[in-house]
Design a protein around this ligand. Structure first.
Ligand code: PGA
Length: 255
């Protein structure tokens, strides 16, 4: 009932010309066997326009464009920042918010994540809201309460109507870029707890409609075990999204 979604988070990789090549490779690899999965690519800001140009004119592909961050204000004196309307103008339909790298390296707080998610929802861009615990929190037994609190805070300004479209990504910090994945059962336990939280916030119908992704060292070798989990509806993929063949394998696994 939930259409799976796989999003590639390119992070700070690829110049605009390198990105154009990768969009073309993805576009050329796209075929109807991927129609059952939403495919999203989130390049750096500098490549969004070239994603729009490359992908918009290829009527055979259904690749959707996402950004990696946004500012919550609609405009103004915020040097270096990008607004939701600017993202919409380059055909972004998704945007990652609250990634642990933004929280850890750029001081992003739960309050900022909530403002960003609401700003995106207001212009009709789907926020991919990230959560995830540190290794220390997991070892202390606090993973479930930590991530569910992050999601409660992030969704504070999101109505039930807007909530249906949002995407949640569970990414344990200790599994990101480390080659160490969570066990599928560990990820499922958290994703199930997240769905229960969504149910408390919005009711069962909305909670059942929201896609919850797993992220953290997903690759062609380990993806199948996550596909089998009932509360995992796709993936947020870093490293493996930079190689077209690998990304396509992950998409096919979830489709
Ligand atoms: P990874 O990154 O797949 O390289 O671990 C995932 C992410 O941070 O979104």
């Amino acid at each position: 009932m939930r259409k799976p979604l796989v999003a590639g988070n390119w992070k700070m990789h690829k110049t605009a010309s390198e990105a154009t090549r990768l969009f073309q490779q993805l576009s050329n690899s796209y075929d109807q066997s991927l129609a059952g999965v939403d495919m999203v690519v989130c390049p750096p800001f500098t490549s969004l326009r070239s994603a729009q140009v490359t992908l918009e004119f290829d009527s055979n592909t259904e690749i959707k464009i996402g950004a990696q961050d946004v500012h919550w204000e609609p405009q103004g004196a915020f040097t270096g920042a990008i607004s939701a309307a600017m993202l919409k103008d380059v055909s972004c339909t998704y945007c990652i918010v609250g990634h642990s790298e933004r929280r850890g390296y750029f001081g992003e707080t739960d309050e900022m994540v909530a403002l960003k998610a609401a700003a995106l929802a207001q212009v009709g861009i789907v926020p991919i809201v990230c959560c995830g615990e540190s290794l220390e929190t997991r070892e202390e037994g606090g993973a479930l309460s930590f991530v569910t609190a992050q999601i409660r805070a992030a969704l504070e300004n999101i109505s039930a109507e807007d909530a249906k479209a949002i995407v949640i990504a569970y990414e344990p910090i200790w599994a990101i870029g480390t080659g160490r994945t969570a066990l599928p059962e560990q990820a499922e336990e958290v994703c199930n707890a997240l769905r229960e939280t969504l149910q408390e916030l919005y009711g069962k119908e909305v909670a059942d409609a929201i896609r919850i992704l797993y992220g953290g060292s997903l690759n062609p070798g380990n993806v199948e075990s996550f596909v089998a989990m009932p509360n995992i509806d796709g993936g947020l993929v870093g490293g493996a999204s930079l190689v077209a063949e690998d990304f396509i394998v992950l998409l096919k696994a979830f489709s």
